[in-house]
Design a protein around this ligand. Structure first.
Ligand code: E4P
Length: 217
C-alpha cells in the first residue's frame, strides 16, 4: 500500500519524505489556501522534494478551461498528477489527459458508480472521500470495499486512493480492504506509529538496560 500525504505544508512533507515514508502528495484548493502560498510556487517546491505523484487540482469546471489549467499545472514538473472534479467535464478531461500520457486523479468521489465512470475515463487514481461520508452518517470505508469489488470484477487498473482519512483506524480498514493508496494528513500519518505498549515496553527496556551499566559499542 502506498502512502501519500494530504497537505501543502512543505515542512511536513520534507520531514515525512526524509523518514522514507512518502510515495506521493495530494493537495487541493483548501490546502493551498491553508498554506498561504502561491499554487505554482508551492507545488513546484513539493515536486522537487517528493519523487512520486503530486496531485494539483484544477479549479475550472468547463472542459476547455480545465484543459487549459491542466496544461499550466503539467508544466510545473514531470511528477504532477492532474486532479479533476468528478463531473462530466472533469471525466472528459480525464480521458483526454490520460490519452496524452498524463497522470490523473479524479476527486470528490462519493459513490461506486462515480468510481466506475472514473475508471472508464482511464483515471490513474480515484479519490473516494471517506471522512466526509462518515460526517453524513454513512460508512465511508464501505465505499472503498464496493469500489475494490467493482474494479476487481472488470480488471480496471485505476488505483483506489482512499481520501478524507481522519483516523488511524480508517487507514487500517482501507488497507484490509485493499485500497492501493491512502492519502493521510501529516498528524494522522505520524499517529500510525503510536501504541501505548510500545512506549511502556521501551521505557522498561531502557530502565533495565541502564541497570546493567553496559554500553553497545
Ligand atoms: C483528497 O485528495 C483531499 O485532498 C482530502 O483527502 C480531503 O480531505 P478532507 O475531507 O479532510 O478535507
Amino acid at each position: 500500500m502506498k502512502f501519500f500525504v494530504d497537505t501543502a505544508d512543505v515542512k511536513e512533507i520534507r520531514e515525512l519524505n526524509d523518514l522514507g515514508l512518502l510515495d506521493g502528495v495530494t493537495t487541493n484548493p483548501s490546502l493551498i489556501l491553508k498554506s498561504g502560498r502561491d499554487i505554482k510556487e508551492v507545488t513546484k517546491e513539493i515536486c522537487d522534494i517528493v519523487d512520486g505523484p503530486v496531485s494539483a487540482e484544477v479549479t475550472a469546471t468547463e472542459y476547455a478551461e480545465i484543459m487549459r489549467e491542466a496544461d499550466v499545472l503539467s508544466k510545473i514538473a514531470d511528477n504532477i498528477c492532474i486532479k479533476l472534479p468528478l463531473t462530466l467535464d472533469g471525466l472528459k478531461a480525464c480521458k483526454a489527459l490520460t490519452g496524452d500520457g498524463r497522470q490523473t486523479n479524479v476527486t470528490l468521489c462519493f459513490s461506486a458508480n462515480q468510481a466506475l465512470l472514473a475508471a472508464k475515463a482511464g483515471a490513474t487514481f480515484i479519490s473516494p472521500f471517506i471522512g466526509r461520508l462518515d460526517d453524513m452518517g454513512f460508512d465511508g470505508v464501505e465505499l472503498i470495499a464496493e469500489i475494490r469489488h467493482i474494479y476487481d470484477n472488470y480488471g480496471f487498473e485505476t488505483e483506489i486512493l482512499a481520501a478524507s482519512i481522519r483516523t488511524p483506524d480508517h487507514v487500517k480498514r482501507v488497507a484490509l480492504i485493499g485500497a492501493d493508496v491512502a492519502t493521510v494528513p501529516p498528524a494522522t500519518l505520524k499517529a500510525l506509529v503510536k501504541h501505548p505498549l510500545t512506549d511502556k515496553g521501551l521505557e522498561q527496556f531502557l530502565a533495565d538496560w541502564a541497570k546493567t551499566g553496559q554500553k553497545i559499542g
